[in-house]
Design a protein around this ligand. Structure first.
Ligand SMILES: [Zn+2]
Length: 142
């Protein structure tokens, strides 16, 4: 059984459509302990077997920090942190912030994660394995 989730930023300039390959209860959002994610209270959800659609109205804010391999994407108007994206060999991998999803999906309890302890190559291997690989980011006005 798959699960469809929706969400986005607060003002609606960024919308998310997520399809998970398993029931939501089989996912453990990862509460990243880096200084940036802690300031946002972010917890990350991804599914290499699922899909992610992002519809943008206008340009978002794109921020790089830590080892600068990933783009953190937030709304330029309401400032909600919505997703993180990593490009590798022409492919976009991404994870979504569960705080930006609508409603309360019955995920498993969040677990702490500490990617800042990984070497840059280890991060890439982890992200390209775990994150959404079927990612489409489109301009909603088209
Ligand atoms: Zn917004």
């Amino acid at each position: 059984m798959t699960a469809s989730l929706h969400g986005g930023c607060h003002c609606g300039r960024i919308a998310l459509d997520v399809v998970l390959s398993k029931p939501a209860s089989e996912y453990t959002p990862r509460a990243c302990d880096c200084s940036f994610c802690r300031k946002h209270g972010a917890a990350w959800l991804s599914d290499a077997g699922g899909s992610l659609r992002v519809r943008l109205r206008g340009e978002p804010v794109v921020y790089r920090q830590g080892s600068a391999q990933a783009d953190f994407i937030a709304c330029a108007h309401c400032a909600v942190l919505v997703l993180v994206r990593h490009e590798h060999e022409g492919r976009v991998h991404a994870a979504v912030n569960v705080r930006a999803l609508a409603g309360a999906a019955p995920f498993a309890d969040e677990q702490p994660a500490s990617p800042q302890k990984l070497a840059p190559q280890e991060k890439r291997e982890r992200w390209t394995t775990l994150w959404f690989a079927d990612v489409r980011i489109v301009d909603a006005d088209d």
